[in-house]
Design a protein around this ligand. Structure first.
Ligand SMILES: [Zn+2]
Length: 399
């Protein structure tokens, strides 16, 4: 039996680091430089796809890791769930998270820290744009089967925070404190030899609180399978899911319109239409007018990552940085009225909005002081509400 998943203990021991950090640490110790106090920033230069903003996620796990290491570090960060652009109004990369402390102590944690942030921010941002495209329609996370099972709760946490209405994974739902949501698998319909038997069995054996949603594309045409499901469970039918394979898709909108027409003939305009099978934000936008909800999987679970970098900008209290990066400890101001970000040196004190001249809100806050958590991270529910509040100002990227 083999297990290729790193345990939390192995991460804390630094075993998932890149070996060059171990070598660097060894040399710095030999040269008596490992306790050099540095201030380093996490930034990103650009975003995947045509994204203009990202949903910052992963902070809770970064903090959990540093709490466990018991290192004497200070951590400053924007709140988890903040939606922001990679650069400020002047093109300066916005530092989303900064660490201050003896470099030799925390160097090995750069790798896992970036891993937590890059992956979760990527999945969360993909989910955010799907949410935006879907507007008021229902969105369910169906993508855990495309990734290593150990990642399922991480993917679903990001989707739920981004505003998805439900998740199919049992463990994810348990952790999120919600009920898992799903329909029925094709295999069940095949073994029951048709949608009628399958829906009758589901209706008889499954808790009445669970919505009866028929998967309507297994053996025959969607329209006829929907009618069979309706015959089987009648009033109990809540919705139908069309997972039409791409080889049979033709004009999916026409198929949906026909299904709706036939449902109307039977007085069941209320039956919800759910779509799944390869949907991303573009397809959700395209089918928004004909569907009531979408099961979204691969496009979100297999999202490109947001490639954050980690760079020293101050050493022993003096500004310094590698070429290509702006030196000095920065503060990040935000003006809600103008929707403008501005980075300036922290030594400059208050930040004034370059557009309206009012005092800007400082969005980077101290989360850890000398290794102790000093600010509430917020639970999943509050981060989700925070995301919803910010979404009003966000627009879908132009095609
Ligand atoms: Zn302003």
């Amino acid at each position: 039996m083999e297990n290729w998943i790193a345990s939390f203990d192995e991460i804390i021991k630094g075993k998932t680091t890149d070996v060059y950090f171990l070598n660097a640490k060894k040399c710095l110790e030999a040269d008596n430089l490992d306790k050099t106090v540095v201030y380093a920033e996490v930034t990103t230069d650009s975003l995947p796809k045509n994204w203009t903003h990202f949903l910052f996620l992963g902070l809770a796990e970064v903090i959990a890791m540093f709490q466990k290491t018991k290192l004497n570090v200070n951590i400053y960060s924007v709140d988890e769930g903040r939606i922001l652009p990679p650069k400020d109004i002047n093109g300066v990369r916005i530092p989303v998270l900064s660490i201050e402390g003896p470099y030799g102590d925390f160097a090995i944690y750069e790798t896992p820290m970036l891993g937590y942030l890059c992956f979760q921010t990527g999945v969360g941002t993909s989910a955010l744009y799907v949410r935006l495209a879907a507007r008021e329609k229902i969105i369910l996370s169906f993508g855990i089967r495309r990734m290593h099972p150990a990642l399922a709760p991480v993917i679903d946490r990001a989707c739920y925070i981004a505003g998805f209405d439900g998740v199919s994974c049992v463990l994810s739902a348990e952790k999120l404190g919600i009920k898992p949501t799903g329909t029925i698998p094709h295999a069940f319909i095949i073994i029951e030899q048709g949608i009628e038997n399958a829906m009758r069995s589901f209706d008889k054996n499954i808790d009445p609180e669970v919505k009866r949603i028929a998967l309507s594309d297994t053996f025959s045409d969607e329209r006829f399978e929907v009618m069979k499901a309706l015959d089987a469970v009648g009033d109990h039918l809540y919705g139908v899911r069309l997972d039409t394979p791409s080889s049979r898709r033709g004009d999916l909108k026409e198929i949906i319109k026909e299904v709706k027409w036939e449902l109307k003939q039977r007085g069941r305009e209320d039956v919800k239409i759910f779509l799944s099978g390869g949907f991303d934000e573009k397809m959700v936008e395209e089918y928004h007018d004909v569907a009531d909800g979408f099961g979204v999987g691969t496009s979100v679970a297999n999202s490109p990552t947001v490639n954050f970098a980690f760079d020293i900008v101050e050493m022993n209290g003096q500004s310094i940085s590698k070429r290509g990066k702006y030196s000095g400890r920065k503060q990040v101001g935000y003006c809600q009225a103008c929707d403008v970000y501005l980075c300036s040196l922290e030594s400059q004190g208050k930040i004034i909005c370059p557009k309206c001249g009012s005092k800007m809100e400082k969005v980077v806050k101290q989360y850890m002081m000398n290794g102790e958590l000093i600010r509430d991270l917020g639970d999943v529910g509050s981060i989700r509400r925070y995301v919803k509040e910010q979404m009003e100002k966000l627009e879908l990227p132009k095609k």
